[in-house]
Design a protein around this ligand. Structure first.
Ligand code: B12
Ligand code: SF4
Ligand code: SF4
Length: 357
C-alpha cells in the first residue's frame, strides 16, 4: 500500500538535503506574479537604470514572474549559499599597488558551484516526489544568468529582505548570500515573506563611492563600479575613474558596511569560496603583465574569466593611474601600444595620472 502523499514531510526533508548540499538558506515562494516586483522592474528598466545590459530588458516578460517564464511552475524554491568573508573586504582600500577583487570573485565561480548543488537538489526532489506518491514533477534550476528575479523571490520566500543597497540581506548571513532558484510544478505551501529590517540605517548609501543610489532601494547601474568593471564595454567614463580607486573587478563597499554582517559566520561559507591565494591581494604590476593566454590561465574556474583580458587590463590600468605609483609607469606606457583601443586609451590616462602624481 502506498502512503498518502506527504508534501509537508517532503518540504522538511528538502531543507535538510539542501543544507547537506552546501546551501545555507531555503524558502518557498509562490510562482504567481508579484505585481509590485514586476512593476518595479518595469520602472527600473523604463528609467534606463540597466545601462547597456540590454538582456535585462529583452526578456522582461519572462523575468517579471516565474509563471511568465514557465506557466506550469507552481512554487519557487529560493536558495542561498554563503560566501561570508573572514576579514574586512575593505582592508585593501589604501593599498595602491595592490588590486581589489570583490569578495564574490576571489574563489570558485559561484555560477558553477550553485548550479551543481541546485541540480543535485532538483534530482533528489524529483525522485522523492515519485517515491512519496506525488507523481512526476517538473523542475528548472536557475542561478544568475536566466531571466529570473532572484532577489524579490528570495524576499518573498522569507530568506531575508532587499536592503537599501538593493541586495538581499539575511538576519543570519548578512549581505553575503549567493542566490539561486528552483522552479517546480509541486505546489508547496509558501513561507512568510521577509520583513524589511533596515530601519533608519543608510550606511550602504553613504558608503557608495559613486553615489549610485538615486534613492534608497534603487540602484542606477550606470554609476555602479560593479557594472563599470564587469558589464561595461568600452572606456570607463572619466567621471568615475578616480572613484574606482584600486577596485578592478566588482565592488563590495555597500555590502561590507551593512551592520547585519555581524551575524554572518565564515563557518557557513563553502570551501569553494575561500579566496584563492593569488586573488586575495594581487599586485597590479603582475596583473598588468598578463597577455591573453596568461589571463585565461590565471582565471580558469573564476567568474573573472568572463570579462576577457582587455576589459580586465583596462580596469587594472585605471587602478594603476589612481595608485600614482611610479613603479607602474613603464608598464602603463608600454600598454599605450596595445592593439585594443580601449586598453591603449586607459594606458594613456594611467601614464598621465602617474606622471602628475
Ligand atoms: C543585473 C544585476 C546586477 C547589475 C544591477 C544590480 C541591481 N541592483 O539590479 C550590476 C552589474 C550593477 C550588479 C552588481 C552587483 N551584483 Co548583481 N545581479 C544582477 C542580476 C542579474 C539581476 C538583478 C535585477 O533583477 N535587477 C533589476 C532590479 C529591478 O531589481 P532589484 O535590484 O530587485 O531593484 C528593485 C528593488 O530595489 C525595488 N525597490 C524599489 N523600492 C523598494 C522599496 C522596498 C522596500 C523594496 C523591498 C524594494 C524596492 O525596485 C528596484 C527597482 O527600482 C542578479 C541575478 C538575478 N537573476 O536576479 C544579480 C545579483 C543581484 N547580483 C549579485 C551580486 C552579489 C552583485 C554584487 C554584490 C557583485 C559585486 N560585489 O560587485 C553587486 C552589487 C551592486 C548592488 N548594490 O546592487 C547577487 C546578489 C545576492 C544577494 N544577496 O542579493 C545576485 C542575486 C546574483 C546571485 N545569483 O547571487 N548586479
Ligand atoms: S557596489 Fe560599489 S559602486 Fe556599486 S552601489 Fe555598491 S558601493 Fe556603490
Ligand atoms: S547597510 Fe543599513 S540600510 Fe543598507 S542594507 Fe544594511 S541595514 Fe539596510
Amino acid at each position: 500500500m502506498v502512503n498518502a502523499p506527504d508534501i509537508n514531510g517532503l518540504r522538511a526533508d528538502l531543507e535538510a538535503e539542501a543544507l547537506r548540499l552546501g546551501f545555507a538558506a531555503l524558502g518557498i515562494a509562490p510562482a504567481a506574479e508579484d505585481a509590485r516586483a514586476a512593476g518595479r522592474l518595469a520602472d527600473w528598466l523604463a528609467g534606463g537604470n540597466h545601462g547597456a545590459m540590454g538582456w535585462m530588458a529583452d526578456r522582461e516578460h519572462h523575468r517579471r514572474s516565474p509563471q511568465g517564464l514557465w506557466p506550469d511552475a507552481r512554487s519557487v524554491i529560493a536558495l542561498g549559499m554563503s560566501y561570508a568573508p573572514a576579514g574586512d573586504p575593505l582592508a585593501l582600500a589604501n593599498a595602491g599597488e595592490r588590486a581589489r577583487i570583490s569578495t564574490y570573485a576571489q574563489g570558485a565561480d559561484y555560477h558553477d558551484v550553485v548550479k551543481k548543488a541546485e541540480k543535485a537538489l532538483a534530482r533528489w526532489l524529483v525522485e522523492q516526489a515519485k517515491k512519496r506518491g506525488l507523481g512526476d514533477i517538473g523542475v528548472k534550476v536557475f542561478v544568475d544568468t536566466a531571466p529570473v528575479m532572484e532577489k524579490p523571490l528570495g524576499m518573498a520566500a522569507g530568506l531575508g529582505w532587499q536592503g537599501k543597497h538593493t541586495n538581499l540581506v539575511s538576519r543570519s548571513h548578512g549581505s553575503w548570500l549567493f542566490l539561486g532558484a528552483i522552479y517546480t510544478t509541486l505546489d508547496f505551501a509558501p513561507d512568510a515573506p521577509g520583513r524589511d529590517r533596515c530601519g533608519n540605517c543608510h550606511a550602504c548609501q553613504d558608503a557608495c563611492p559613486t553615489q549610485a543610489f538615486p534613492a534608497p532601494y534603487r540602484l542606477d547601474a550606470r554609476r555602479c563600479i560593479s557594472y563599470l568593471t564587469i558589464e561595461h564595454k568600452g572606456p570607463i567614463p572619466e567621471e568615475f575613474r578616480r572613484a574606482m580607486g584600486n577596485r578592478i573587478y566588482g565592488c563590495d563597499d555597500c555590502l561590507a558596511v551593512c551592520p547585519w554582517n555581524k551575524f554572518a559566520s565564515e563557518a557557513q561559507r563553502l570551501r569553494a569560496f575561500l579566496p584563492r591565494a593569488e586573488l586575495a591581494a594581487p599586485r597590479l604590476a603582475e596583473l598588468l603583465a598578463l597577455d591573453d593566454a596568461g589571463f585565461r590561465r590565471l582565471f580558469s574556474g573564476s567568474p573573472i574569466k568572463r570579462i576577457g583580458r582587455n576589459s580586465f587590463i583596462r580596469n587594472c590600468l585605471i587602478a594603476a593611474g589612481n595608485s600614482g605609483d611610479q613603479a607602474l609607469l613603464a608598464q602603463a606606457q608600454a600598454l599605450q601600444a596595445d592593439p585594443d583601443p580601449v586598453v591603449a586609451e586607459a594606458a594613456t590616462w594611467a601614464a598621465r595620472q602617474i606622471m602628475q602624481a
